[in-house]
Design a protein around this ligand. Sequence first.
Ligand code: SGN
Ligand code: CA
Length: 745
Amino acid sequence: MAPMYDRSFHGLLWLAAALASLTHGFTKVSADDSSQVGQRPNIIFIFSDDHALQAIGAYGSQVNQTPRIDQLARQGMIFDQSFCCNSLCGPSRASVLTGKHSHVNGFMRNGNRFDGSQPTFIKRLQKTGYQTAVIGKWHLVSQPEGFDFYRILPGQGSYYNPDFIEMDGSRKRYEGYCTDLIADFSIDWLEQRDRDRPFVLMCQHKAPHRNWAPHPRHFGRYKLGTIPEPATLFDDYSGRTKLLHESEMSIANHFHWGHDMKFHGENRFPEHFRGAIKNGEYGRMTDQQKADWDAYYEPENQAFMKQLQAGQLTTEQVTQWKYQRYMHDYLGCVQAVDENVGRIIDYVDNSELADNTVVIYCSDQGFYLGEHGWYDKRWMFEESLRMPFLIRWPNVVPAGQRSQAMIQNIDYAPTFLEMAGVELPEDIQGESFLSILKSDGGVPEDWRQAIYYAYYENAAVHQVPQHDGVRTDRYKAMYFPRTREWNLFDLETDPQEMKSVHDQPQYKEVLEDMKQRYNQLRDKYEVNSATIPATRGDEAWWAKRDREKRQQAQQGGHDLVFIGDSITQGWEGAGRDIWQQHFGDVKALNLGFSGDRTEHVIWRLSQNQMGPNRPQVAVIMIGTNNAGHSQQDPAQTAAGVQEIVRLLRQKSPKTKILLQSIFPRGADPQDPLRQINSGVNEKISSLDDGQHVFFQDVSEAFLEPDGTISKEVMPDLLHLSAEGYRRWAETLLPKLQKWNVLRGQ
Ligand code: SGN
Ligand code: CA
């Protein structure tokens, strides 16, 4: 039985109120902890990039040793069940700062721009008297807010002689190795800080991110041919979603000759290597660094090429060599991180900070070290879903603890706030695990039993499809919206996640239970897919149509725009002649995309698919696929439609929006999907403001007097025939004529 602990914040608030509150408006932490009274803890948050648990000694690494990182576990606590909520750099960092899932903090994909005006734990701590600094990788595009000091890498940054962005906006190149420099700057900052106030230092390494350029002192530390291979290096991706075949992150097929594998010159073996990207690090090196580099890499490269040339290597052996090279480089980068964690620990231990400083080591997500044949992250499989989390807090966390509590990166912000005795904002989504730290890692009875994960960066580098899911201590369910399929893994019988059991009768109840948890968590975190922008750019036809429509839109001057799904797209099919007849003379643009739901239209509008156009009228008809694909709750779909209207209004305030009711579907009024559509219509009718947005209920046009639908109008009881389009046009014409869109008619 898990012991129960009181982690209610109310108790704390009551206590805080009883104590005198401090001048800056923050409240003191409970008095049960003498170490903290009057002395709020300092926090050193060491955060690396892409450091897999499989490459940390304390997590049982089979491939390397990390004595200094492990020291934190020895002297403090390690979390075995620590997860990210979106396995990607920028999103993870945004979740750490805000304590919120990606769809709420708005940073869903790399390349998004972090809205720095939103609340973050760092701003809050700064306000309550903490000194704050971030040094190293930032990757959130916008300028850091809430930091007294920052020195950050531009974008991904470089390993060798990296540039940093200084607080005055200038860029400065520092000679040296990035991981060492970030620790140097961190220690410098600690040295010159105001010693009378507590601080938070975010020390954020670039390493061990791609393209894995180790320091010369680590060359050859892990010898090629000696690094153990994972059991799933040659995964054939059977028994799970077929989307697994699409991702481009395999050791066998997607390593670049120069960038990843560190060969010079032209790609000599294009059948084995991708050729496009060179090793940019080499170009940044000093002559000495280049000489050291070549002295290590060249003999190995030449030997490998000779063997390959002589036909002595099978394709499998080439993959094995690539794995060794990859791991040599990756683990070398990790080694420098480990040493520099050690430097920070030593600094703390040799200063007055030793007693009251929390030191944390974690990384923005996990990573594949050859498991499933991969490098990179993104998928909800264990290796990239898990996040290392080790914490040392003298006098509070006893040495050598291991916690099985499920924590996530959204929990860090509330935990740090609570550590500092600061009240939690109501809308924060993560939960403070302070009570777990204070109770030997025990899991409170009311602690979460499942985590929610969502990945959004599809149609981008590495081609991993959008998916989300839920994980409990034993099971994991993943949902793939594109194929609308579930995968289910039993982590006890299949820890390597090699076979989905979603269709096995003995797992029927488990799957049902997982779906229920999934829905509960999505409700809790207010995940409404209908409002979350989603691209279908990973479907070739959709991407092509999107390109064509953008080109067309770029010409500008369109007076009439239709926005919707297949029914709107059908003006180019069954509706072609009717379109010609009525809209042939008008400069009109058809932005109907078959199969689209509200979220896809939101994506298209937010990515400016309409180009420079500010049409007189936009006809919107969208939502029937939200019903058809997942029987989505009408309120959710209506919120999607509302967002579309909002985006359109924002972009083109003078456009009149002719919002069509979602067309009726199915044989008769009892059809469940028709009823869902009616539910949406009822809600979106209220968007009519009589000025810019005009709701038009068009159902009557398609229904027989008894409410059935004739196959002459909708042959499949969903899409329109030519007759259907004629009727639709007829309902539109009066308004369009009135608004003078149909000049000359
Ligand atoms: C770069 C890398 C990718 C990596 C992303 C995201 N390519 O695009 O391999 O997945 O960053 O990484 S590289 O050619 O630049 O090395 S993240 O950690 O920043 O999310
Ligand atoms: Ca990362």
